[in-house]
Design a binder for this molecule. Sequence first.
Ligand SMILES: C[S@@+](CC[C@H](N)C(=O)[O-])C[C@H]1O[C@@H](n2cnc3c(N)ncnc32)[C@H](O)[C@@H]1O
Length: 423
Amino acid sequence: MAKNPFAAGSVILSTSSFVNVLLPSEKGQRCDHCHRLSSLGSLKRCTGCVSFFYCDQTCRSQSMDWKFGHRKICKLYNAYTSSTAFQALEAHKKMDALLLSSLVAHLSSVDVKEWDETIPISTFLSLLCGPVEGSAPPICPRHTFDQTLVDGLYARFENNNFSIHSHFRKTYAHGIFPVASRLFNHSCMPNAAMKFIIQTHEPLKMQVVALRPISAGEEICVPYLDPALLQTRTAVFQLTYGFMCSCSSCKVVRKVGIIPEPPAEPAEFQNICWRLREFVKSMGTGTSPFLTGDSSIFPADLACVLHESFITILSDKFSAASFLHDGPYDDVVETSSTLVALYSLIYPPNYPQIGLHLLERAKSCWNHIVRSRPADNTAMLAADLEDAVASARSVLKVIGPEGDSNDGPIDELQTLTNVKNSI
Ligand SMILES: C[S@@+](CC[C@H](N)C(=O)[O-])C[C@H]1O[C@@H](n2cnc3c(N)ncnc32)[C@H](O)[C@@H]1O
């Protein structure tokens, strides 16, 4: 619960990663300590295992990896990752096995007497276990812990650990942030969201940021899954986390019941899109039924827009219209406006995905300005570009930049602002 009120954009919690591992595809491209992206071949390899990479000696030696963990797995790492037992694991289990290996290696480096409340491990062990029972996968470090403890750590992985992403798009690592796991429950209409901060030589940080004003006494919730997974999320919550979500959005989805497929016939599909845009236009700010939980105002004939294929169809149409050289700009405007209407309905205000789509719309608009023939469309396109850039900025500035320092949505917005000013 919020003790004090928070304004939209406030950082509610800033916490360092306890343990994390990069996805195999990121190895050698990011520093294993601070996660900074580096140009190919410029990172220094750990001479012990030649499988961990660091910006330089500062990152390697200051790294918790070495002092409190990597030291324990360094010499064993290659034999472990090439072992039959490790290779037989599915990709996500391999990530769990590596994360568990780092966690156990870290714990083996800390005196058990120090596992008091000041150490994140006590917090991690106080977390609820996930619903799936099973023993831990084989791990790398030699240790003296009882297998029950290792299984107990693993039992908390599935429903407590985090996917680490950059620019709100790409997952590049998995990590354990015990304090964040302890504090935040899930909502499909969250009032806060996580982002990750990469700073050279510093351990990776997670920040939890308020998406809208939060009053004292209000529960602060974050999304565990993309809220747009309107059909599959209930099953994931049950199987992976062991709970039934009772947020305002889930109330409406449950009331709708079986979600029909969107119409295949183009004129009917267009009509549904138009009806959706009109419905969202008629809603006042902050009155989406998915936000208020008032299912009575959600028109029954719009149920098919909640089918997960609806977003896929619209996104495919939008991409095709955006990149089709000399394609009709009207298709961009129509599909984009429908997507924004859907997002305003199912996402909370200022959710990053809304801003990311508006940015794509601005880029598409710029593409059409560059290619527009005859050029007398330019004034209308320039006004659209201005509008899309301003709307994207007003959403994305709430959560701010995430992850890698270059080429993120905020940089892209700046580039578009510069080119817009040059028209
Ligand atoms: C990351 S923990 C959140 C903190 C947890 N409530 C605690 O006290 O440690 C995730 C677990 O919290 C519970 N949880 C999270 N969000 C929930 C929700 N919206 N409704 C019911 N239980 C929820 C589930 O048991 C889930 O597996």
